[in-house]
Design a protein around this ligand. Sequence first.
Ligand code: ADP
Ligand code: MG
Length: 331
Amino acid sequence: MSLGEFEIIGRYFARQGAHHPDVLLGVGDDAAVLDVRAGCKLVVAMDTIVADVHFPAGTDPADIGYRAVAVNLSDLAAMGAMPAWMTLSLSLPQADERWLEGFASGLYELADRYAVALVGGDTVRGPLVLTVQIAGWVEADRWLTRAGARPGDLLMVSGVPGEAAGGLALLQQQRTHDAAAQHLLQRFRRPEPRIELGRGLRPYASAAMDVSDGLLTDLRKLCEASGCAAQLDLDALPVSPALQASFSPQAALEYALAGGDDYELLFAVPARHVPALRAAGLQPSLTQIGVITGGSGVRCLRAGRVYEPGDAGYDHFASAPGQAPGQEGRA
Ligand code: ADP
Ligand code: MG
């Protein structure tokens, strides 16, 4: 490496970012020391992103830095937690200053937006692998999990699932010129973690998770964790004009069902909480896409009939036909 390990840290990652009185000791010592809020629980998550698995080789380094933070923030959003601190493990094939500059700018852009302080990490030479661990807090009286959904709850999703996967497909097909494609591409490049929504859902949702591997796959996980089933109404899925402009109706449906990378929130709400949830005016738009039922598994309905979706969702260790390298998924 032309730059040494300590020069890399000092030059690009010594800045804590957001000012945090609760960081008693940050980058530079053997470990960070953090002041955890009284009356709150500590919430911790980690996500690793790997070149050619989670992003195509040649991706703008600023987008990679942004993504490394975004996928972690999304996990905290799903818990209803407030992010506060993160650590960063960097495995780099070489110390490319232009790359590091871009990566750090994307990373701090999103970290600063959510006032997350970078408090430590590790830097090694190896294949391009980036791990962020994020920690935050949630009020001790209530946090969200995947496990609380009950039969009769309404099933809802935020935003428009499928757009990010459509953006990745267009990128791979080099069809990125029109406005619809640009919209989809932006959704892939810069997913919006739904922190405010997760915080706002705490009083209402019985279960929640973020959609990273695809709506159908993730819904199955939520059902399994909650010990119930779901009926998914495909005709109720949010419509994406950009997906419709770029793909056949069937392909657009498949992206909505199986595409990863959206980082929207999927959640269940007891019917009695729906008026208050609607009145809370949470952003982005929330759509009811089905109901939680008894039993197990997910049943899809289309035009009143049972619909059998193809293989959906991403699993790092399954062979997944039809999924190009670069298709997102989280371990
Ligand atoms: P140690 O050898 O004691 O584990 P290091 O020499 O690896 O410590 O790291 C020195 C300091 O720099 C530590 O505070 C560590 O948390 C921080 N650090 C190392 N790599 C990164 C990174 N990529 N981002 C932020 N902080 C880092
Ligand atoms: Mg040490």
